[in-house]
Ligand binder design. Structure first.
Ligand SMILES: [Zn+2]
Length: 451
């Protein structure tokens, strides 16, 4: 007799689909088999049972200039749970006067008090952290196995600093995850456009050309190859970058990359909308012309891109409106933490771009492997009982009225999906069932990740 049994569902993993019951004891999957009995049972007949989805790129309560992203660790993780996501990876930024371990402790304290699902943290290495690279082994040991490097914004590293950071990450046994853009070119184009009076949001993508983004991706791949370290490229939204990834992987390099729902479902015509509507979808890298999203679906189907994250970073309409006179001042980011997993099912698997197994792979299994979650992202005995009972026929219309994300807009307003989670389990605990949330702030745990 198990504590909990999920009965009669179709288990979908990254490689197989089969009918079986799942027996859970405490926080762990204890058995997979037929006719299992539990003190508590959930009937999943007609439903898919998947691993909890994992989103390894989110920004909750993230300060950017004078703004802070609108979802905190509770509202963001609650929204995630409604959409079937049971683990996230957020970020740490170290202040010049603190050590990386102090910054980790501070960020962890914030998240521990609020997170409703399990989480990990990437350690950001900015220019002032180059003097602290000897701290990386301790940071890795503390459970931050992945290190964020920016090639844009104030935290960007120049090529020499990138080289030093990549070497230190290699020596610590970690994985670099990179925001690849060419900041010198971007800032020159922004200044040129603003000087010419071209200040509307539609000049945002025109200041960040795809070919130049590909140059940056190619440059960090070349540096990583020379250093001898794997590298993961964040938020790929255009074929020019995909081609760099493919070329590297064809040469056998340990290069991986992700895309996000916004690059699959939206295009740059949204920036032409009048007023604040055109400012809302400003994110970086920017949305690309309508020819690109079909290529991103294809790249996912062919495993040229390995996984999908959200880069969830919501700012309110009021925050976005402050940049209406100057597109470069619009706080960047879009929300997607709640709908990622269902959107990928509906518009990816159900639409025939790839199988349900590949859907689970890109949203659950690959993210877990890549980020070093050793007991998540898969359904097998001994794994955390992070599970989703997914109704493949349930239709939903996405809207700020129905989504739990703490932000007053969504790029998916009015978009319908077929397929939505009915039950979300976090380490054996029923976090969401039939649209009701049973979690509380702080029940999510920091997960030490390693390779
Ligand atoms: Zn990001």
């Amino acid at each position: 007799m198990f504590d909990l049994v999920i009965k009669n569902g179709t288990i979908v993993t990254a490689t197989h689909s089969y009918r079986a019951d799942i027996g859970i004891n405490g926080e762990t999957i204890a058995a997979i088999g037929q006719n299992l009995a539990g003190k508590q049972e959930i009937d999943a007949a007609g439903k898919l049972v998947t691993p909890g989805a994992i989103d390894i790129h989110v920004h909750l309560e993230m300060p950017i200039g004078s703004f802070t992203s609108a979802d905190d660790f509770f509202t963001g993780t609650r929204a995630a749970a409604f959409g079937g996501t049971t683990a996230i990876v957020d970020f740490i930024e170290t202040q010049p006067d603190e050590t990386m371990l102090q910054a980790l402790a501070a960020r962890k304290a914030k998240a521990d008090a609020r997170a409703a699902i399990d989480y990990g943290l990437h350690m950001t290495i900015g220019p002032t952290d180059i003097a602290k690279l000897n701290q990386l082994p301790a940071v890795y040991k503390a459970g931050c196995a992945t290190f964020k490097l920016y090639m844009a914004y104030g935290l960007r590293l120049n090529d020499g600093e990138l080289l030093q950071a990549l070497e230190a990450i290699r020596d610590a046994g970690g994985l670099p995850v990179v925001h690849a853009e060419n900041w010198d070119v971007i800032s020159t184009l922004i200044a040129r456009n603003l000087a010419a009076g071209r200040a509307e949001p539609r000049w945002h993508p025109r200041s960040r050309p795809a070919e130049i983004e590909a140059e940056a991706a190619g440059r960090v791949i070349d540096l990583a190859e020379w250093v001898g370290v794997p590298v993961h490229i964040f938020h790929v939204g255009c074929q020019a970058v995909v081609e760099r990834i493919v070329a590297a992987r064809r040469r056998g390099l340990p290069v991986t990359a992700e895309t996000c729902p916004q690059y699959l479902l939206l295009d740059d015509t949204v920036y032409n909308r009048p007023g604040v509507e055109g400012a809302l979808p400003v994110c970086a890298p920017p949305l690309r012309p309508a020819t690109e999203p079909p290529l991103m679906w294809q790249a996912l189907a062919q495993n040229h891109l390995q996984l999908v994250t959200t880069d969830h970073c919501p700012f309110t309409r009021a925050d976005k409106a402050t940049g209406l006179g100057d597109f470069s001042k619009i706080p960047g980011g879009v929300p997607a933490i709640e709908a990622r997993f269902p959107l990928l099912y509906s518009y990816g698997a159900r639409a025939g771009h790839f199988s349900a197994n590949r859907w689970v792979d890109m949203a659950c299994t690959m993210p877990a492997k890549l980020a070093g979650f050793r007991r998540k992202g898969h359904i097998a005995v001994g794994y955390d009982a992070d599970l989703v009972v997914f109704n493949p026929e349930k239709s939903m219309t996405l809207s700020t009225e129905t989504l739990y994300e703490n932000v007053d807009w969504t790029p998916y307003e009015g978009v319908s999906v077929t397929g939505w989670p009915e039950v979300t389990l976090s380490r054996g605990y029923v976090l969401v069932q039939n649209g009701e949330f049973f979690g509380k702030p702080g029940q999510g745990r920091f997960v030490k990740r390693s390779f």
